[in-house]
Design a protein around this ligand. Structure first.
Ligand code: DQA
Length: 140
């Protein structure tokens, strides 16, 4: 099973960035643990601060991967282009957020991803990614 995790802007700063909201673990550290825990899954990870690079990666993986776990970060709330590419591809996309975006500022309540995603997991810290992965593994 081939799954890719795609992270959007500023998520390269996880561990250092607003630890009260996003925790103090870097994504690289968390990702290593995930790879060890799920050795039978062909996991890939991609992060970019650039909207077009995220769209390119979704196009590149969206016809061959079994699933995409997408935290588009701030682009969730602004990007028609990322919303559109999810409609254009075949692989199911699960939208993930570390924080509960519905508990935060109202501009975070708008998502261009949700209407086109298979599902949404938010508010479970880094565990949000693992819950998304489990839903692919369990074939939900
Ligand atoms: C986020 C929530 C977004 O509103 C924010 O812009 C992020 C991270 C999250 O994982 O909680 O950068 O996607």
């Amino acid at each position: 099973m081939k799954i890719i995790i795609i992270n959007g802007p500023n998520l390269n700063l996880l561990g250092k960035r607003e630890p009260g909201i996003y925790g103090d673990v870097s994504f690289e550290e968390f990702y290593k643990g995930l790879q060890l825990k799920y050795p039978n899954i062909e996991l890939q990870y991609f992060q970019s601060n650039i909207e077009g690079e995220i769209i390119d990666k979704i196009q590149e993986t969206g016809f061959t991967f079994d699933g995409i776990i997408l935290n588009a970060a701030a682009y969730t709330h602004t990007s028609v282009g990322i919303g559109d590419v999810i409609k254009a591809i075949q692989s199911p996309v699960i939208e993930v957020h570390i924080s509960n975006i519905y508990q935060r500022e109202s501009f975070r309540h708008q998502s261009f991803i949700s209407p086109n995603a298979k599902g949404l997991i938010a508010g479970f810290g880094m565990q949000s990614y693992e819950l998304a992965l489990l839903s692919f593994i369990n074939g939900e």
